[in-house]
Design a protein around this ligand. Structure first.
Ligand SMILES: CC(C)(COP(=O)(O)OP(=O)(O)OC[C@H]1O[C@@H](n2cnc3c(N)ncnc32)[C@H](O)[C@@H]1OP(=O)(O)O)[C@@H](O)C(=O)NCCC(=O)NCCS
Length: 159
């Protein structure tokens, strides 16, 4: 499998939207916010505060990752979204995207990466993925998203 990871361009948006819309973990309201972030990035790739990488296989978008420097911090970055098409998961694409996002953050002098995720069972695979890539749970806000759906905050120190 030949994966090409590169910076997102405008023509990649339909492929990313297809992945978001068919990812069962994401609620429609989350897809709306993800699209707003993509649009804001595309409108101003250098100054929107977001970096977006896509994974392409045979000219088809198979996944993406979106991250950005956290406003009002020195060296803290947020990993906002990562998703891989359901039929392309468990083949190393998510790990490759995450690794290259971290490389890009390191190049920008990032020292801390923060990820927020849900405690629901549907996110167990994502949680395990983050833990296996060196992230640790450092915060837990009960009932944050809704009753019974807690916010988990994970971090990884890059230096
Ligand atoms: C989380 C997510 C991005 C991971 O993407 P992925 O492409 O499946 O990730 P990888 O293939 O690199 O790794 C997944 C597992 O596949 C296995 N794997 C990796 N490469 C492999 C290969 N070449 N062959 C077989 N298995 C492999 C690994 O064991 C890995 O296990 P781990 O996650 O426990 O470390 C993906 O599951 C996803 O899009 N989920 C839905 C959206 C989501 O929940 N996003 C996060 C919101 S907080």
């Amino acid at each position: 499998m030949d994966i090409n990871i590169r910076v997102m361009t405008r023509k990649d948006k339909p492929g990313i939207m297809r992945i978001l819309a068919t990812t069962p973990e994401f609620k429609p309201s989350e897809v709306v916010v993800a699209e707003e972030v993509i649009d804001s990035y595309l409108a101003s790739p250098r100054s929107a505060g977001y970096c977006t990488l896509v994974a392409e296989i045979d000219s088809v978008i198979a996944g993406y990752v979106c991250f950005g420097s956290t406003p009002l911090t020195e060296g803290t970055w947020d990993l906002y979204w990562i998703a891989v098409a359901a039929d392309k998961q468990q083949q190393g694409i998510g790990g490759t995207l995450l690794g290259l996002a971290e490389k890009s953050m390191r190049e920008e002098e990032a020292r801390l990466v923060i990820i927020e995720t849900s405690s629901l069972p549907a996110y167990e695979r994502a949680r395990q993925f983050y833990l296996n890539h060196g992230y640790e749970v450092i915060g837990h806000i009960p009932d944050f998203y809704t009753l019974g759906d807690d916010k988990l905050i994970l971090q990884k120190r890059l230096k």
